[in-house]
Design a protein around this ligand. Structure first.
Ligand code: HEM
Length: 239
């Protein structure tokens, strides 16, 4: 009798423990997935920045690379869908995690006043992310949809010289440049916390961590500033 009671208590503890474990591990799993997709987008951002920065120095090279990227089947039909999936996955997961955090914070709030002392960037990832997402809406409207339309809807003739012209044309509009610059500011805030913390989320914690942290901070300042420079450069040149 006594031993069967003990067994039942043990089974109960075990099942509770397993529940808690699966709950936390799924939250941790989501955080890791978020971090990995974020790191993947950072890789994309680096190559995207490099190609766009070339437009400042050489119209021909920019056209050549854009033409290659825009017509290479591996880029178009493998890498591009992976990228689009990565973007959608990252922001969907971001909203899911935010909702979960809010729910758990609502319970803990009477004892623990949130993370009021944490830096603005880390407390407002959802808002900086939302601005970057809205920027992507405008950015796709500017570049991606016209490009898809050109190639796959209207099926216009290949023209390897058109990319620089199309891009600089967009930056003639001051309002667009202002919206882009504001978005790049929010991108900096988003990267400032997100890039560094993604290493923690994937459990990267060793003697290289301080160096990685410095690198992520430098990245989150230099890349958005570089994007701002590109937008302003083409706008000023168009005046
Ligand atoms: C001055 C800054 C930027 C310029 C000039 C620029 C330019 C472009 C161009 C020309 C395309 C069309 C590529 C194509 O499909 O042929 C494009 C696509 C794209 N851009 Fe940007 N971009 C800038 C900043 C950014 C930033 C900051 C992000 C992310 C936060 C971003 C994310 C994307 C994405 C996700 C695509 C779709 C990629 C694809 O499927 O090819 N861009 N951009």
């Amino acid at each position: 009798m006594e031993s069967s009671l003990l067994l039942r208590v043990y089974a109960l503890i075990l099942s509770n423990k397993l529940n808690t474990m699966s709950l936390t591990s799924s939250t941790i799993g989501r955080k890791v997935a978020m971090a990995l997709s974020g790191l993947f987008l950072v890789v994309f951002l680096t190559q995207h920045f490099t190609i766009n920065f070339i437009s400042v120095f050489s119209e021909d090279t920019f056209n050549e690379i854009s033409h290659f990227m825009g017509n290479n089947p591996i880029v178009q039909f493998l890498l591009q869908p992976i990228l689009i999936f990565g973007v959608i996955f990252h922001f969907t997961m971001g909203f899911v995690l935010e909702i979960q955090n809010r729910k758990s914070r609502a319970v803990q709030y009477s004892v623990y006043k949130g993370n009021a002392n944490a830096p603005w960037a880390s407390r407002n990832m959802i808002w900086s992310g939302a601005v970057v997402l809205s920027f992507l809406g405008l950015h796709f409207y500017d570049f991606w949809f016209p490009e898809m339309n050109y190639k796959y809807v209207e099926v216009l003739p290949l023209d390897s010289e058109r990319y620089f012209e199309e891009m600089t044309h967009k930056f003639q509009d001051l309002l667009r440049v202002i919206l882009y610059v504001i978005s790049f500011g929010f991108l900096a805030l988003h990267l400032f916390h997100g890039f560094a913390s993604s290493f923690q989320s994937v459990g990267f914690n060793n003697k290289y961590s301080p160096t990685i942290k410095k690198f992520t901070i430098a990245f989150s300042v230099v890349i958005p500033l570089g994007f701002i420079f590109i937008a302003l450069f083409h706008h000023i040149k168009s005046l």
